[in-house]
Ligand binder design. Structure first.
Ligand SMILES: *Cc1c(COP(=O)(O)O)cnc(C)c1O
Length: 468
């Protein structure tokens, strides 16, 4: 093989990885390259002859690393984090080494059975309803498409998979603040994006349940069929929390499929003080949260739960002759639980992370992130030149600089410029959102290793730059 020196090269890489994880803070958080910079460094033609490991690694350092944005930098406050941790990285090394393809039980029984157990562990950790069944999807976007497709098939007696749409009276509901993946999924599932009703939110950016009911009744009156509603347990903009229980009651009353999108904030259900806010999660038909966002598990790993696993399997199961096995009735063949056939061994990294950290350490980190978010929100509140633009239920703070003398348009301009300057400094990375037409800077304290001093430094930088 090409890899007679694999052991030596792997050791070398492990040293690289350990150095990186120790020194992440020395890199600019957001890559400083311009469009095309990296492409220009990559040869137009593939090499005819193999090259040496050292040449490749040295090119990686000099040509590729400058184009990396450092998601594992503690001052990464942008988007939502995609956290990793050492145990997760170690597990990914094993996953890559085994190179298993986990489409069915027989293609690696351990992967299938570990996936089953890990999804049960997560259910226990987040105090999710006992009756749910879990499966790992690549992303929340995919999980939401699975939910839409399953709801579609259940509602039509599994006919659209066979015959396609004959007519389409179906309507889908989510809030104005819902994630774009829902609209994308509605399009992909064939319902038509124009048939997605975006329900108005209250001043805290949470869906107004009375508006949802009104939209449903209005559609029924017009001869349409309300089919599916999404509740956001933590929106992407500001982690607003829709009235999860009330939406569940409405979904039940009108027989809609109820999907809960908890992609980022679902992890906080591990905390009793947060979990206790929700009494009726069992009204949901499906639920998704991403351990790859806020549970220290390398991207990608999204936990998807359904109440009716037969409905899920009947929607996706396709077993051509060459995939038939004799164990079918006794085991989970996860190819039947989602869109793709081929699947990575993702459960392994959950097993590593949960065992290395233990539930208590995970809880402690999540609590600390929330505490940091709350601390930062207090600084904003207490400063006369800054203001919060949304409530801060968890670790995400939406705010802006507003010293008083500017109109809205100018404030948007100033805040966007402020964010760009801060990000160009390489010392932190924040992104923005728009709330009621106002540009909000968004700081998410959720990176695995973020500490008080990182948030304090960010606050000092933000104030100093704003003053300039
Ligand atoms: C991030 C996010 C998503 C999309 O997650 P992917 O796993 O990247 O598809 C969906 N919904 C919400 C609320 C999110 O925050």
């Amino acid at each position: 093989m090409y890899t007679s020196k694999f052991r030596e090269q792997a050791h070398q890489l492990v040293d690289w990885m350990a150095d990186y994880l120790e020194n992440t803070e020395q890199y600019p958080v957001k890559s400083q390259v311009k469009p095309g910079d990296i492409l220009a460094q990559l040869p137009v033609f593939p090499p005819d002859e193999g090259e040496s490991f050292n040449t490749i690694l040295s090119d990686f350092d000099s040509k590729i690393m400058p184009g990396i944005t450092h998601w594992q930098h503690p001052s990464f406050f942008a988007y939502f984090p995609a956290t990793n941790s050492e145990p997760s990285v170690l597990a990914e090394m094993l996953t890559a080494t085994l190179g298993t393809q986990c489409m069915m039980w027989v293609t690696s029984p351990a992967a299938a059975e570990m996936e089953e157990r890990m999804l049960e562990w997560l259910k226990i950790m987040l105090h999710l309803p006992d009756t749910w069944h879990g499966v790992i999807q690549d992303t929340a976007s995919t999980a939401t498409i699975c939910a839409l497709l399953t709801a579609r098939e259940v509602k039509t007696g599994f006919s659209i998979n066979e015959n396609g749409f004959e007519n389409n009276p179906y309507r889908i509901y989510c809030s104005e603040q819902a994630h774009s993946s829902i609209e994308k999924g509605v399009g992909i599932a064939g319902f038509g994006r124009n048939n997605l009703r975006k329900i108005a939110c209250d001043e805290e950016f949470a869906m107004i349940p009375a508006e949802l009911e009104r939209a449903i009744l209005n559609d029924i009156e017009n001869g349409l069929t309300p089919l599916f509603v999404v509740g956001a347990l933590g929106t992407t903009g500001s982690t607003a929390i829709d009235p999860i229980d009330e939406i569940g009651e409405i979904a039940k009353k009108y027989a809609l499929w109820y999907h809960i999108d908890a992609a980022h904030s679902g992890t906080a259900l591990i905390l009793e003080e947060f979990r206790s806010r929700f009494k009726k999660l069992d009204l949901a038909d499906s639920f998704v949260f991403n351990p790859h966002k806020w549970m220290f598990t390398n991207f990608d790993c999204s936990a998807y739960y359904v109440r009716d696993k037969d409905a899920l399997i009947n929607t996706f199961s396709m077993t051509p002759e060459y995939l038939r096995t004799r164990e079918e009735a006794q085991v989970n063949n996860y190819k039947d639980w989602g869109i793709q056939l081929g699947r990575r061994f993702r459960a392994l990294k959950l097993w590593f992370v949960i065992r290395f950290m233990g539930v208590n350490e995970i809880k402690a980190r999540i609590r600390n992130h929330i505490r940091l978010g709350q601390w930062f929100a207090r600084q904003i509140e207490d400063h006369h030149d800054f203001e919060l633009l949304a409530p801060v239920p968890l670790n995400t703070v939406c705010f802006r600089y507003n010293p008083g003398q500017y109109d809205e348009e100018k404030l948007n301009e100033i805040n966007e410029a402020l964010m760009n300057t801060l990000n160009d400094s390489g010392k932190l990375f924040m992104t923005h959102t728009k709330l009621n037409g106002k540009i909000a800077l968004r700081l998410v304290a959720g990176q695995t290793n973020v500490e008080q001093h990182h948030v304090e430094e960010a606050w000092n930088l933000i104030r100093a730059e704003a003053k300039k």
